[in-house]
Design a protein around this ligand. Sequence first.
Ligand SMILES: Cc1ncc(COP(=O)(O)O)c(C=O)c1O
Length: 445
Amino acid sequence: MTDRFSQSRRLFERAQQSIAGGVNSGIRKMEQPVPLYFARGAGSRLWDVDGNEYIDFQTGQGALLFGHAPAGLADAIAAQARLGTHWAAQSELEIDVAERVQSMVPGAERVRFNNSATEVVMSALRLARGLTGKRLVLKFEGHYHGWSDEGLVGFAPPPDQWGSDDEPTRLHPSKGVISEVLDQFVVARWNDPEHLRRRVEQYRGQIAAIIFEPALCNTGCMEPADGLLATIRELCDREGALMIADETITGFRFGASCAQGYYGASPDLTIFGKAIGGGVPFAALAGKARVFEPIIRGEVVHAGTLNANPLCLAASRWCLDQILALGPQHPAGLQRLGAKLIAGLEALARQHSIPLQPQGPGLVFHTAMLKPGAAHGPIRDYRDYVRRHDAPRWTHLRRCLLENGVRAIERGLWFMSLAHTDADIDEALSRSAAAFAQHAAGWKP
Ligand SMILES: Cc1ncc(COP(=O)(O)O)c(C=O)c1O
């Protein structure tokens, strides 16, 4: 049998002689049967170095809201590159981008730019502590806020160490973290407003901020329970803490006013990444003007050599102009295609008796694979996810999908892009039909 990934295997072997572990972000090692090497992308499609074509739903971990290499974006970057890639100084472009964000996002009275959402989270937490003079940050189990010492607290704790349902432990998945950092966090379970109230009560007067993904997309895909975002707002107001929405994934994907508009929330600070740059290293912190005062006064440091570099700004301005031009068509169009893909995958799962359970608002969604005997129905939080999701079985189906030219994210997430069309979804479903049959015939628990 020919190996359809032979060139990727060859490059991965070569890479390990120069690149530590062969990859430049740990998660990329998860790809089975081998981390793939890509040659080209266009719109909804991606081609690897073996010439395999994929209909892509990984879309650069969600950054490519406008698809692969859109011509307008390439032109905007190329035109700017000829004028200068980096000035470490001001340009009118940065005001253009700031004003566009301001016009779309209700809570974005002021912004600051960085190059990754990990950095923006660091800025947001520093600012919250600087402004409030308090120490603790409450975050939710299974939520991901970048890979820094602070961002990863409470992400993916192993079940034998995760503590009671009432008092989730604060664990960090990495060695080498400054251990005192963990003491600066309180971890709560997602989607349980009464539990959240009790957690805040335990630490009254000490909480500087509550940070969250408005729709949890880094562990399954779990929209906020009714009343949860309002409870976070109420508790933050009562405690004098900042409500920080990490919209790295949801920002501009959930419409021009982002997840805060979609769910009707009003955070004090918002983190943007991914789609705001359409695939270039660009990220932003946005929020109420009064909250930015410590940065404006220079009491809280915010810096970066490459912040607001013109290449990324030119890309971001193009991306935001696309969102503005779509008006009310966005996110409705994206959502309709996502719903069609979900319905098609559900039908295939039924046909082949595969316990696949899609969940999410369509703009992005997750396909959980239920363990034998696990209850059907929406997954509510990280613990529920670990108890019910059959990761090895999903990995097998994901590989079958890949071999049939459909690329979802290793952990089961699917991102729609504005480059996907009805014809793409039809083709993705017919390719998936072959993948589901292959999985049903080949899966051994
Ligand atoms: C919700 C969320 N916050 C922060 C980050 C970190 O973003 P970056 O990888 O740009 O640093 C991510 C990345 O996936 C994310 O999903």
